[in-house]
Design a protein around this ligand. Structure first.
Ligand SMILES: [Zn+2]
Length: 275
Protein backbone atom coordinates (compact mmCIF):
# COMPACT_ATOMS: atom_id res chain seq x y z
CA UNK A 1 0.00 0.00 0.00
CA UNK A 2 1.09 3.54 -0.64
CA UNK A 3 2.15 5.60 2.32
CA UNK A 4 0.52 8.74 0.98
CA UNK A 5 -2.91 7.15 1.07
CA UNK A 6 -2.69 5.94 4.65
CA UNK A 7 -0.96 8.90 6.24
CA UNK A 8 -3.78 11.48 5.95
CA UNK A 9 -6.08 9.23 8.00
CA UNK A 10 -3.50 8.97 10.74
CA UNK A 11 -2.86 12.69 10.54
CA UNK A 12 -6.56 13.46 11.08
CA UNK A 13 -6.94 11.32 14.15
CA UNK A 14 -4.87 13.43 16.56
CA UNK A 15 -6.78 16.59 15.61
CA UNK A 16 -10.11 14.99 16.52
CA UNK A 17 -8.52 13.71 19.68
CA UNK A 18 -7.16 17.12 20.61
CA UNK A 19 -10.56 18.74 19.97
CA UNK A 20 -12.27 16.09 22.04
CA UNK A 21 -9.98 16.44 25.04
CA UNK A 22 -10.20 20.23 24.91
CA UNK A 23 -13.73 20.11 26.34
CA UNK A 24 -13.45 21.43 29.92
CA UNK A 25 -15.63 18.71 31.49
CA UNK A 26 -13.71 15.95 29.79
CA UNK A 27 -10.43 17.58 30.75
CA UNK A 28 -11.46 17.65 34.42
CA UNK A 29 -12.45 14.00 34.15
CA UNK A 30 -9.05 13.14 32.64
CA UNK A 31 -7.29 14.94 35.52
CA UNK A 32 -9.27 12.98 38.11
CA UNK A 33 -8.61 9.74 36.23
CA UNK A 34 -4.87 10.49 35.96
CA UNK A 35 -4.64 11.28 39.69
CA UNK A 36 -6.39 8.05 40.70
CA UNK A 37 -4.25 6.07 38.27
CA UNK A 38 -1.17 7.77 39.75
CA UNK A 39 -2.18 6.76 43.28
CA UNK A 40 -2.76 3.16 42.15
CA UNK A 41 0.60 3.09 40.39
CA UNK A 42 2.16 4.58 43.53
CA UNK A 43 0.94 1.50 45.38
CA UNK A 44 2.85 -0.65 42.87
CA UNK A 45 5.91 1.56 43.43
CA UNK A 46 5.74 0.72 47.14
CA UNK A 47 6.01 -2.95 46.24
CA UNK A 48 9.06 -2.21 44.06
CA UNK A 49 10.65 -0.05 46.75
CA UNK A 50 10.29 -2.82 49.29
CA UNK A 51 11.18 -5.78 47.12
CA UNK A 52 13.88 -4.61 44.68
CA UNK A 53 16.60 -4.18 47.35
CA UNK A 54 15.69 -7.65 48.70
CA UNK A 55 15.71 -9.05 45.15
CA UNK A 56 12.28 -10.59 45.78
CA UNK A 57 10.04 -11.32 42.86
CA UNK A 58 7.70 -8.39 42.77
CA UNK A 59 4.97 -9.66 40.51
CA UNK A 60 4.24 -13.21 41.60
CA UNK A 61 4.37 -12.99 45.38
CA UNK A 62 1.02 -11.90 46.83
CA UNK A 63 0.98 -9.06 49.33
CA UNK A 64 1.30 -9.90 52.98
CA UNK A 65 1.87 -8.10 56.28
CA UNK A 66 5.57 -7.51 56.96
CA UNK A 67 5.13 -8.39 60.64
CA UNK A 68 2.66 -11.26 60.91
CA UNK A 69 2.87 -12.49 57.29
CA UNK A 70 -0.94 -12.57 57.16
CA UNK A 71 -2.14 -12.52 53.56
CA UNK A 72 -3.82 -9.20 52.83
CA UNK A 73 -7.36 -9.06 51.49
CA UNK A 74 -8.21 -6.67 48.66
CA UNK A 75 -9.83 -4.25 51.11
CA UNK A 76 -6.60 -4.10 53.12
CA UNK A 77 -4.80 -3.06 49.99
CA UNK A 78 -6.73 -0.07 48.66
CA UNK A 79 -4.12 2.67 48.13
CA UNK A 80 -4.30 5.57 50.63
CA UNK A 81 -7.78 4.55 51.79
CA UNK A 82 -6.78 1.36 53.64
CA UNK A 83 -3.88 3.00 55.44
CA UNK A 84 -6.11 5.89 56.55
CA UNK A 85 -9.06 3.75 57.70
CA UNK A 86 -6.81 1.28 59.53
CA UNK A 87 -4.97 4.15 61.21
CA UNK A 88 -1.64 2.96 59.82
CA UNK A 89 -1.86 -0.43 61.55
CA UNK A 90 -2.15 -4.03 60.33
CA UNK A 91 -5.76 -5.29 60.66
CA UNK A 92 -4.57 -8.63 62.02
CA UNK A 93 -1.57 -8.02 64.28
CA UNK A 94 -1.88 -4.24 64.80
CA UNK A 95 1.76 -3.71 63.83
CA UNK A 96 2.49 -0.22 62.56
CA UNK A 97 2.57 0.20 58.81
CA UNK A 98 5.12 2.73 57.59
CA UNK A 99 3.75 6.13 56.62
CA UNK A 100 6.01 5.82 53.58
CA UNK A 101 3.28 3.80 51.82
CA UNK A 102 0.54 6.46 51.73
CA UNK A 103 3.14 9.19 51.13
CA UNK A 104 4.54 7.48 48.02
CA UNK A 105 0.99 6.86 46.75
CA UNK A 106 -0.13 10.44 47.33
CA UNK A 107 3.07 11.95 45.94
CA UNK A 108 2.86 9.81 42.80
CA UNK A 109 -0.79 10.75 42.26
CA UNK A 110 -0.04 14.48 42.69
CA UNK A 111 3.02 14.27 40.42
CA UNK A 112 0.97 12.66 37.63
CA UNK A 113 -1.71 15.34 38.00
CA UNK A 114 0.91 18.11 37.98
CA UNK A 115 2.57 16.67 34.86
CA UNK A 116 -0.72 16.59 32.95
CA UNK A 117 -1.63 20.09 34.16
CA UNK A 118 1.76 21.54 33.20
CA UNK A 119 2.55 19.57 30.05
CA UNK A 120 -0.99 19.07 28.72
CA UNK A 121 -2.92 15.90 27.90
CA UNK A 122 -0.59 14.00 25.59
CA UNK A 123 1.28 10.76 25.09
CA UNK A 124 4.46 12.63 26.00
CA UNK A 125 2.93 13.53 29.37
CA UNK A 126 2.21 9.85 29.95
CA UNK A 127 5.86 9.07 29.19
CA UNK A 128 7.01 11.77 31.63
CA UNK A 129 4.68 10.27 34.26
CA UNK A 130 6.20 6.84 33.67
CA UNK A 131 9.69 8.28 34.01
CA UNK A 132 8.84 10.33 37.10
CA UNK A 133 7.40 7.30 38.89
CA UNK A 134 10.52 5.30 38.08
CA UNK A 135 12.62 8.13 39.48
CA UNK A 136 10.48 8.26 42.62
CA UNK A 137 11.03 4.57 43.34
CA UNK A 138 14.71 4.89 42.46
CA UNK A 139 15.10 7.87 44.80
CA UNK A 140 13.63 6.11 47.82
CA UNK A 141 15.77 3.02 47.18
CA UNK A 142 18.95 5.03 46.52
CA UNK A 143 18.32 7.15 49.63
CA UNK A 144 18.19 4.03 51.75
CA UNK A 145 20.66 1.66 50.10
CA UNK A 146 22.96 3.87 47.96
CA UNK A 147 22.28 1.58 45.05
CA UNK A 148 20.46 1.93 41.76
CA UNK A 149 19.36 -1.42 40.30
CA UNK A 150 20.08 -1.98 36.60
CA UNK A 151 16.40 -2.67 35.96
CA UNK A 152 15.77 1.07 36.34
CA UNK A 153 18.24 1.94 33.59
CA UNK A 154 16.63 -0.55 31.21
CA UNK A 155 13.20 0.87 32.05
CA UNK A 156 14.31 4.45 31.34
CA UNK A 157 16.01 3.30 28.13
CA UNK A 158 12.71 1.84 26.89
CA UNK A 159 10.92 5.12 27.71
CA UNK A 160 13.66 7.09 25.94
CA UNK A 161 13.21 5.02 22.78
CA UNK A 162 9.44 5.49 22.92
CA UNK A 163 9.97 9.24 23.19
CA UNK A 164 12.51 9.10 20.38
CA UNK A 165 9.93 7.39 18.15
CA UNK A 166 7.47 10.24 18.86
CA UNK A 167 10.00 12.99 18.19
CA UNK A 168 12.25 11.41 15.59
CA UNK A 169 13.17 14.75 13.95
CA UNK A 170 15.26 15.71 16.97
CA UNK A 171 17.13 12.39 17.18
CA UNK A 172 20.53 14.09 17.18
CA UNK A 173 19.71 16.14 20.28
CA UNK A 174 18.70 12.96 22.11
CA UNK A 175 21.76 11.09 20.93
CA UNK A 176 24.06 13.88 22.17
CA UNK A 177 22.03 13.89 25.39
CA UNK A 178 23.03 10.29 25.98
CA UNK A 179 26.73 11.23 26.02
CA UNK A 180 27.11 14.89 27.00
CA UNK A 181 26.62 14.42 30.76
CA UNK A 182 27.40 10.73 31.14
CA UNK A 183 30.89 10.93 29.59
CA UNK A 184 32.20 13.66 31.97
CA UNK A 185 30.57 11.83 34.90
CA UNK A 186 32.18 8.59 33.76
CA UNK A 187 35.57 10.34 33.78
CA UNK A 188 34.93 11.54 37.35
CA UNK A 189 33.81 8.04 38.30
CA UNK A 190 36.98 6.46 36.89
CA UNK A 191 39.28 9.14 38.33
CA UNK A 192 37.85 8.89 41.83
CA UNK A 193 37.62 5.11 41.76
CA UNK A 194 33.83 5.39 42.24
CA UNK A 195 34.06 7.49 45.41
CA UNK A 196 32.90 10.84 44.00
CA UNK A 197 29.94 9.44 42.09
CA UNK A 198 28.27 6.06 41.71
CA UNK A 199 28.25 4.03 38.50
CA UNK A 200 24.45 3.92 38.76
CA UNK A 201 24.33 7.73 38.58
CA UNK A 202 26.47 7.74 35.42
CA UNK A 203 24.16 5.25 33.69
CA UNK A 204 21.11 7.16 34.93
CA UNK A 205 22.27 10.40 33.31
CA UNK A 206 23.04 8.54 30.07
CA UNK A 207 19.58 6.99 29.63
CA UNK A 208 17.77 10.07 30.94
CA UNK A 209 19.90 12.20 28.61
CA UNK A 210 18.57 10.11 25.75
CA UNK A 211 15.06 10.88 27.02
CA UNK A 212 15.59 14.61 27.61
CA UNK A 213 17.96 15.72 24.84
CA UNK A 214 21.29 17.43 25.45
CA UNK A 215 20.06 20.86 26.62
CA UNK A 216 17.64 19.56 29.21
CA UNK A 217 19.98 16.90 30.57
CA UNK A 218 22.67 19.55 31.14
CA UNK A 219 20.06 21.60 32.99
CA UNK A 220 19.02 18.50 34.95
CA UNK A 221 22.62 18.00 36.09
CA UNK A 222 22.96 21.64 37.17
CA UNK A 223 19.67 21.55 39.11
CA UNK A 224 20.57 18.19 40.66
CA UNK A 225 23.98 19.42 41.82
CA UNK A 226 22.64 22.72 43.22
CA UNK A 227 19.72 21.12 45.08
CA UNK A 228 21.94 18.23 46.21
CA UNK A 229 24.64 20.54 47.59
CA UNK A 230 22.17 22.74 49.47
CA UNK A 231 20.29 19.85 51.07
CA UNK A 232 23.40 17.82 51.74
CA UNK A 233 25.27 20.66 53.46
CA UNK A 234 22.16 21.50 55.50
CA UNK A 235 21.78 17.85 56.49
CA UNK A 236 25.42 17.54 57.53
CA UNK A 237 25.14 20.73 59.63
CA UNK A 238 21.92 19.66 61.34
CA UNK A 239 22.35 15.94 61.87
CA UNK A 240 26.19 15.79 61.90
CA UNK A 241 25.98 12.58 59.89
CA UNK A 242 28.61 11.27 57.54
CA UNK A 243 29.31 12.69 54.12
CA UNK A 244 28.03 9.73 52.13
CA UNK A 245 25.74 11.18 49.51
CA UNK A 246 23.05 9.43 47.48
CA UNK A 247 22.95 11.48 44.28
CA UNK A 248 19.92 9.66 42.82
CA UNK A 249 17.18 11.71 44.51
CA UNK A 250 18.78 15.04 43.54
CA UNK A 251 19.44 13.98 39.96
CA UNK A 252 15.81 12.80 39.86
CA UNK A 253 14.60 16.25 40.96
CA UNK A 254 16.78 17.79 38.25
CA UNK A 255 15.50 15.41 35.57
CA UNK A 256 11.81 15.93 36.37
CA UNK A 257 12.20 19.72 36.65
CA UNK A 258 14.09 19.85 33.34
CA UNK A 259 11.53 17.69 31.56
CA UNK A 260 8.64 19.91 32.69
CA UNK A 261 10.16 23.42 32.75
CA UNK A 262 13.39 22.91 30.76
CA UNK A 263 12.31 24.94 27.75
CA UNK A 264 11.24 27.94 29.85
CA UNK A 265 14.32 27.85 32.10
CA UNK A 266 16.72 27.57 29.14
CA UNK A 267 14.98 30.41 27.25
CA UNK A 268 15.07 32.59 30.35
CA UNK A 269 18.76 31.83 30.93
CA UNK A 270 19.72 32.57 27.31
CA UNK A 271 17.71 35.82 27.39
CA UNK A 272 20.08 37.07 30.13
CA UNK A 273 22.86 37.12 27.54
CA UNK A 274 21.23 37.86 24.23
CA UNK A 275 18.76 40.66 24.94
ZN1 LIG B 1 0.18 -8.02 60.54
Amino acid sequence: MQKGVILPYFAELPMDFIELISQPELKALIYVFVTILGILFGSFLNVLIYRIPKKEEFVKTSSHCMSCNHKLAWYDNIPLFSWLTLGGKCRYCKAKISIQYPIVEAVNGLLWLAIFLINGVSIQSALICAMTSGLLALSVIDWRTYEIANGFHIYFLVLAFANLALDWNNWLSYLIGFFCVSIPLLAIYLFSGGRAIGGGDVKLMAVCGLFLGWQKVLLALVIGCVVGSIIHIARMKITKTGSLLAMGPYLAIGIVTASLFGQQIISWYLSLFFY
